[in-house]
Design a protein around this ligand. Structure first.
Ligand SMILES: Nc1ncnc2c1ncn2[C@@H]1O[C@H](COP(=O)(O)OP(=O)(O)OP(=O)(O)O)[C@@H](O)[C@H]1O
Length: 603
């Protein structure tokens, strides 16, 4: 038997992964419109329907028919008018919140952790979803069972970025199966797959539906065999439902309008051609007939009667992994996962550390011995500014791109109850702190000695603290820009903000040379606070006069105090500046969290 034959054979004998809860979804008179050219466009025009547990449902229709919009309404990503009811737990709640905890949404783009193997990805998912009381052996059994069922055993040691498209889709399903969802929404699960892989994915979905789940997916042009696998076809055209019934009844339904599907023609293609208006304007009549329950499969209707009530099966054969771990444990898992990812991808940490060290060394060589020479004190202040700008830019720019690149993963994992956004954000912060600290240290270790800064621990510590906070403030600003505008504009805004704040930093034009109005602007520039703190750490706290070399005729400043006075940074404000930088960092992080939350709640 061919490989495909074997896989298929195995697929029909899937291990039982039954669900604990059966949920039917019923929606009535759903309407959704979007603003367009000063008016509004009706994307969904009062559609109704029922998706039952135990059924594999396909939402079909030509491009722009409103399939994704309907899916997003049912999952709760879009708010629309109308009524969504679910039989099942949380009956008191309204709309998609009713099934929220028991459902999962698998987006079209696979958002898998590229650095982990399939098995590792499954283990992390299990750590985040399965109760901590579950013994390790049982968790492992569960993982292997799901990998077996979805035919992923052969690639379980392969990194996620190396697996094929079909395996990626199956892995996305496998990761969600760990949480044993009762409702699965899938956005175009077969797009980009060849016919064999598409068939395998749909066969698996069908099998999962037969175990009591409600499986709903949007689909483009399925083959005739795939089309037949669907228990329910929900066809849409121009925001309306034109057919809702069994895939086997499509031909009879269409012939009731005098539309006869040519022999050897794929009924799915024919349905799409009719929906696209290729055979005339039938969609308005179909909108009325389409909701007629008689086109549903009779057998399924009987099943639906059984499932119409909330039904937690306590039968011993059904799995229950207890409550998912608490958020503190998830935080710990996410931190471990981030560090592991960093250790795998040398470009995340090692390359940056090396670059910071090299740039620090380069600047140290350029500004060699400026820190211990009275004639070069202004150059040393220049080095302080360059250090702030360098660390500011290198922290801000990657941060702008950080969340946009993870948005899909975040949306998926948050919606699918892997963790709360606050837990993810806290883990990100806790990993970011040592990272930024090590970047700062790598930079300083390259520049500090070469530029002959004072060999006093307290001054070294104070300098590192300022530069570290500069990294934290800049990266927080980057995160903020990356979550309010798109990445292109985010990098533009980030660069502009840094350039403007640089102007009022207190060095390109000294505080003492500024007009009162411009001086007041320095209060909002974190660079000016960082500059003052660095100048204080280096030259403040009664640092004795520096030697003026004999080769120089005249040193402008006799002592560090004179320099600080000239540049208007003579007040011992170090800890005040540190407090400002700290609160600036906290404020920007909180702001970035709020904007991130808003961004991921949108489609
Ligand atoms: N936020 C929006 N702003 C403007 N137009 C929108 C918005 N959301 C959806 N639309 C429009 O509504 C229509 C339906 O969109 P939707 O993405 O639901 O279609 P679809 O059937 O999933 O299409 P496809 O198969 O091509 O993905 C499209 O014409 C789309 O341009």
């Amino acid at each position: 038997m061919s490989d495909w034959g074997l896989e298929r054979e195995k697929c029909f004998s899937l291990y039982e992964i039954p669900t604990n809860v059966s949920i039917d979804i019923k929606f009535e008179d759903i309407r959704y419109s979007v603003p367009q050219n000063g008016g509004k466009k009706d994307v969904i025009q009062g559609i109704s329907g029922q998706f039952l547990s135990g059924e594999l449902t396909a939402i079909m229709g030509p491009s722009g028919a409103g399939k994704s919009s309907l899916l997003n309404i049912l999952t709760g990503f879009i708010e629309a008018e109308g009524n969504i009811q679910c039989t099942g737990p949380s009956q008191g709640k309204k709309g998609p919140k009713q099934h929220g905890k028991h459902s999962c949404y698998i987006l079209q783009e696979d958002s898998l952790d590229s650095e982990f193997t399939v098995e590792e990805a499954m283990r992390y998912a299990a750590e985040l979803k399965v109760s901590r009381c579950t013994p390790k052996k049982k968790k492992e059994f569960l993982i292997q069972n799901i990998l077996d069922s979805l035919m992923l055993q052969s690639c379980k040691k392969t990194k996620c970025r190396m697996i094929s498209g079909g395996q990626s889709k199956r892995l996305s399903v496998a990761l969600e199966l760990i949480g044993n969802p009762s409702v699965m929404f899938l956005d175009e699960p077969t797009t980009g797959l060849d016919s064999v892989s598409s068939h395998l994915v749909v066969t698996i979905l069908k099998s999962l539906a037969q175990q009591g789940r409600t499986i709903i997916c949007t689909i483009h042009q399925p083959s005739a065999t795939i089309f037949e696998s669907f228990d329910l076809v929900y066809a849409m055209a121009e925001g309306k439902c034109i057919y809702q019934g069994s895939s086997r009844n499509v031909i009879s339904y269409l012939s009731s309008f005098g539309l006869s599907c040519p022999r050897y023609h794929n009924p799915a293609d024919y349905l799409l051609e009719v929906a696209s208006g290729e055979y005339g304007k039938f969609t308005d009549f179909m909108k009325i007939s389409g909701i007629d329950g008689k086109w549903r499969n009779d057998y399924k209707n009987e099943t639906s009667q059984m499932n119409c009530t909330f039904n937690i099966r306590e039968n011993g054969t059904h799995r229950n992994y207890g409550t998912s771990p608490n958020e503190l444990y998830k935080l710990w898992v996410l931190i471990q996962k981030s560090f592991k990812k960093m250790s795998r991808d040398w470009t995340i940490s090692s390359l940056k550390l090396l670059l910071h060290f090299c740039v620090g060394t380069f600047l140290g060589l350029t500004f060699i011995n400026v820190g211990n020479d009275a004639s070069k004190m202004i150059s040393n202040v220049g080095l302080m500014l360059i250090s702030i700008v360098y660390l500011g830019y290198t922290s801000l720019m990657p941060a702008v791109l950080r969340f946009p690149s993870e948005l899909n993963t975040l949306k998926k994992e948050r919606y699918n109850n892997w963790y709360k956004l606050s837990t993810y954000y806290a883990a990100f912060l806790l990993v970011d702190i040592p990272m930024q600290m090590s970047f700062t240290l790598a930079y300083v270790s390259g520049s500090y000695l070469l530029s002959a800064q004072p060999l006093e621990f307290i001054r070294f510590f104070k300098l590192v603290l300022v530069l570290f906070l500069v990294c934290m403030v800049a990266s927080s600003m980057g995160l903020f820009f990356g979550t309010v505008v798109n990445p292109v504009n985010g990098t533009f805004f980030g660069a502009i903000s840094l350039a403007l704040l640089l102007v009022v930093s207190g060095f390109l034009i000294f505080f003492t040379h500024m007009s009162n109005v411009m001086y007041s602007l320095t209060y909002i520039s974190y660079i000016s606070y960082a500059m003052e703190a660095l100048a204080q750490a280096t030259y403040g706290y009664n640092r004795p006069p520096l030697p003026c070399p004999e080769s120089v005729d005249y040193c402008i400043f006799n002592s560090p105090t004179e320099l600080l006075k000239e540049i208007g940074m003579d007040k011992p404000n170090y800890w005040k500046d540190i407090t400002f930088l700290f609160f600036n960092f906290m404020f920007m992080r909180i702001l970035a969290f709020c904007t991130l939350k808003k961004t991921i709640s949108k489609v």
